[in-house]
Structure formats: C-alpha cells, structure tokens
Design a protein around this ligand. Structure first.
Ligand code: PNS
Length: 159
C-alpha cells in the first residue's frame, strides 16, 4: 500500500492545492493531507477550520485523511509510516524554498523523499495570500477556491 502526504498551511485551501491533492490521490493508495504550522505565517483560519474546509472540499474522495499536526512534518511521517511528501511547484520562484525544505527534511529523515507535482497552468499564479487579499476587498474569488471556502472567507471578512 503506497502512502503519501500533502502538507501545507492551507490558509485557506485553494483550487491549486486541491488540484495537486486530487492528482496525488490517483498516484498513491492513501493520501494524508496535513495542516501544519509554518512559523513564518500568521494564519487567518484556525487549524480546525482549515481541516474542515479541506474535508468538505474533498468529500468525494475515499482515500484521503485530513489532519492537523503541531510538530515537524518528518515526525508525522515517521509516526504514520509515510515515506513520500508531495508538494506542488507553481514556478521557478517556488523552487529555492521548496528545495531547501525538501533537503532539510531528508537530513532529518533520510527515509522520507519529496516529490514535486507541477501545478497546472490554470492555477500557476494562485496562492492563499492572493485569495485572502482579494476576499478582504470583497473581490470575486469564485474561480480560485471551492464554494465552501468562498463562504467561510466572506463570513470572516464580513464580521
Ligand atoms: O503551505 P506552506 O506554508 O508552504 O507549507 C509549509 C509547511 C507547513 C509544509 C512547512 O512549514 C512545514 O513542514 N512545517 C511543519 C514544521 C516543519 O517540519 N518544519 C521543518 C521544515 S524545514
């Protein structure tokens, strides 16, 4: 049985993330989607809210487990017998950052490898930060996130 993990901040999950997770779910028997802490970011949504949004958006898939974890990604991998990390690469600008993390994770846990999926062109520009920026000005995010995320963003910014 092949297992992989799609880790991220997912604050909130976007159509770009969902595309990568859906494609990964066809390549591996079981996919963990892990909402983790990126110490460089200050999230808008709680970890529980982010997990709920991902679960709602992927409710049609039956080989996905969505969790939050407050620790090192490689520790989660070791605890759950996962040896493959799947990340999306949007552009060359992602590469330096992702390579650094992938190499660090291999030093911490040599049995865990990172594989990169190239983001489909439709979502190459897309990020959670851009989505939040547009939503904060009540702009149209219809094509950027699934309907449940759009709803929760409008609730946040209409408070
Ligand atoms: O969506 P992001 O913010 O690019 O995801 C980055 C994330 C959350 C996957 C990364 O920061 C992470 O793995 N955090 C957990 C803590 C950890 O393992 N840090 C060491 C990585 S060098």
């Amino acid at each position: 049985m092949t297992k992989a993990i799609c880790p991220g901040s997912f604050d909130p999950v976007t159509n770009g993330h969902l595309d990568i997770i859906r494609r990964a779910s066809k390549r591996f028997d079981e996919i963990y989607v892990a909402v983790l802490t990126n110490s460089a970011k200050n999230p808008l949504f709680s970890a529980d809210e982010r997990v709920t949004m991902i679960k709602e958006a992927l409710s049609d898939l039956n080989n996905i487990t969505v969790v939050s974890y407050n620790g090192l990604l490689v520790d989660f991998c070791k605890e759950n017998g996962i040896s493959t990390i799947v990340k999306g690469l949007r552009a060359v600008t992602d590469f330096d950052y992702e390579l650094q993390i992938a190499q660090t994770n291999r030093v911490l846990a040599p049995m865990v490898d990172t594989v990169f999926f190239t983001t489909c062109l439709e979502y190459a520009y897309l990020s959670s930060s851009i989505v939040k920026e547009i939503a904060s000005y009540h702009g149209d995010i219809e094509k950027l996130v699934p309907p449940n995320v759009k709803l929760r963003l409008s609730e946040k910014y209409n408070k």
